[in-house]
Design a protein around this ligand. Sequence first.
Ligand code: PBG
Length: 323
Amino acid sequence: MQHPRRLRHTHAMRRLVRETRLHPAQLILPVFVREGLTAPRDIPGLTGVKQYDLGSLPGVVNDALALGIGGVMLFGVPETRDATGSGSCAVDGILTRAVAIAAQTSGGNLVVMADVCLDEFTDHGHCGVLDAHGNVDNDETLAHYQKMATVLADAGVDVVGLSGMMDGQVAAVRRALDESGHINTAILAYAAKYASVMYGPFRNAVESTLTGDRRTYQQDPANRREARREVALDVTEGADIILVKPALTYLDVLTDTAASTDVPVGAYLVSGEHVMVEAGAAQGAFDREAAILETLTGLARAGAQLILTYWALEVALWLKDPS
Ligand code: PBG
């Protein structure tokens, strides 16, 4: 008789044969940096996550360094917005300044990433600029992403995160980076990003002004095969790392992506998913730490080599002393 239980009999045996292990180096912490603040403040609805001011940013980066996580992903929240999101490309803009501070603090010992997208900077809240009919203008937007990526690379960013879901964005940004001499600035492409309800708390975090939705550019949650097309396009265009987002209800897409590409693949455990677990734990439905570790382990098992999570620092602390 076969006895699979033999390998589960003791903790030591289970630990020996474990197939998936989380490590701090694979975790990326999203960090919101808000213009005009003088101290960190809580984000309504996004449990345990804060907006930071520029003065407190080095502290977060130092914590990340001390805990050995893989990187930080910076999001800028400006005080004022306009139709073209011009703050995104400003040399003294909030995100540009945050990148410079994070790069200096990290000293190259952790990967500094920044979001390249216009939604935090436009007064209409869309990820691109609008045409005369109010539609998001794909090609016009690409020119803005090129400029934004170049400015952030000048400020010292290691990786640009292209989250806007415009067609051709990877090729356009790669070209702009290469032409401006930034051949070592990597592109993390949100290749398969779905028009999900799970971004709700994030939109509070960046004080989004969006009315309506992003269904003309983000993917339909019903589509699995389409993600393969998006991923293949981004890899062909030069993506260095591919991201799937959200994570928990897209594990099939994550597994497909890991199988169909040979670049590193990551998953973003987004704000709504974070809050689901926090809310369940707060209600006593399950143990919080165990739920978080099971959630992230599930992502890794499904194919995520890298994980963006608001719990990155806390989990890294737990992993120092693994059970
Ligand atoms: C867009 C962007 C979004 C998130 C990260 N970058 C979402 C959106 O509004 O479409 C969501 C992240 C989260 O929910 O945690 N720049």
